[in-house]
Design a protein around this ligand. Structure first.
Ligand code: PEP
Ligand code: MN
Length: 337
């Protein structure tokens, strides 16, 4: 069950509600986020919702029997809106594009990318300064110093930053410079990191689907952050590992449609990692929009062949421009249905 507390609830009222929940043999967990105070009760016994719902201090009560509750659309019908400030929002019914290199490589690259994105009316730039790499000898990112340089240039240009956080100790140093944290596919089930992104920051968090993760596991990962206290969340389908060897990953368009039904959180598609082949990024991006994605994140670079990472799936600026134009047209088509 999810109980939404009234904003002005008194301590005594809260205590009475918690005791009633315990009396039903449900385990109560208090959750305080930027947007509200909740009590999540987990248990299995059937109970009469009226026996609690009429208590003082309760705004609303909902029965959600799934493992993930706060991120479920079963209780929150209104979709979550991620407001980044300066008129930049990610929300159902809208369509946001985030683009940029796999890795941040230096000032010149950042400037060129910003100019390219601005010329296309894009306000959110992606890029990794902490890179999870399969080989320890591969480029592992410019770290916090790279992020600071990027931040200054982005601020000047009115550009928002989405970048990956890999471990708990990075959150405090990154926080002033980040607009959206990305949790990478290799960290989707790093529960300590998820817990801390719930507690230690109010900034939005985009959680990518695990390399072999199920849809419900992705939702449970989001539940960690929400129940930790941060409900500014986005989910990202980035392809999963299957028996197929012809592509880097298998982009699961099913997941986009299913997630849109199961959760009130915005769903973002990452066709670059989803297929991993530059020539096929565009059709997969367009298909993701038709499947219901609220936004697309993709990799672009002035000279992909020289990119420090993921060049094989990265678009050059001309390809990027074409994709952006076609994505916008596809979104208009979807809206017309
Ligand atoms: C990335 O966005 O560059 C990245 C490493 O993504 P993923 O975690 O999905 O592999
Ligand atoms: Mn990448």
């Amino acid at each position: 069950m999810i109980i939404q507390f009234e904003q002005e609830i008194e301590e005594g009222q809260k205590e009475a509600i918690i005791n009633r929940v315990k009396g039903l043999k449900y385990k109560p967990t208090e959750v305080k986020t930027q947007k509200g105070d909740y009590l999540v009760g987990t248990g299995s016994k059937d109970f009469d919702i009226r026996s609690i719902g009429s208590m003082d201090g309760i705004k609303d009560i909902h029965i959600v029997s799934d493992g993930f509750k706060l991120v479920s659309r079963k209780w929150k019908v209104n979709p979550t809106v991620i407001d980044l400030g300066d008129g930049i929002v990610i929300e159902e019914g809208g369509f946001q594009i985030m683009a940029g290199p796999c890795s941040i490589e230096g000032e010149d690259q950042i400037r060129k990318t910003i100019a390219h994105l601005k010329s296309q009316g894009i306000s959110i730039m992606r890029g990794g300064v902490y890179k999870p790499r399969s080989s320890p000898y591969a480029f592992r990112g410019l770290g916090i110093d790279g992020l600071k340089v990027w931040y200054e240039l982005a601020k000047e240009a009115g550009m928002k930053i989405i970048t990956e956080v890999m471990q708990v100790s990075q959150i405090a140093e990154m926080d002033p410079y980040v607009d959206i944290y990305q949790v990478g596919a290799r960290n989707t089930q790093n529960f300590n990191l998820l817990d801390e992104l719930g507690k230690a920051t109010d900034k939005p968090v985009m959680i990518k689907r695990g390399i072999s993760g199920t849809i419900d596991e992705l939702l449970s990962s989001a539940e960690y952050v929400f129940s930790g206290g941060n409900e500014r969340l986005l989910l990202c389908e980035r392809g999963i590992r299957t028996y197929e060897k012809a592509t880097r990953n298998t982009m699961d368009l099913n997941a986009i449609a299913v997630l849109k039904e199961k959760t009130h959180l915005p769903v973002i598609a990452d066709p670059s990692h989803g297929i991993g082949i530059r020539a096929h990024v565009e059709p997969i991006a367009l298909a993701s929009i038709m499947a219901g994605a609220d936004g697309v994140i993709f990799e672009s670079h002035e000279i992909p062949e020289e990119a420090y990472s993921d060049g094989q799936q990265t678009l050059n600026f001309a390809e990027s421009n074409r994709l952006i134009d076609r994505m916008r047209k596809t979104f208009e088509l979807r809206k017309s249905f």
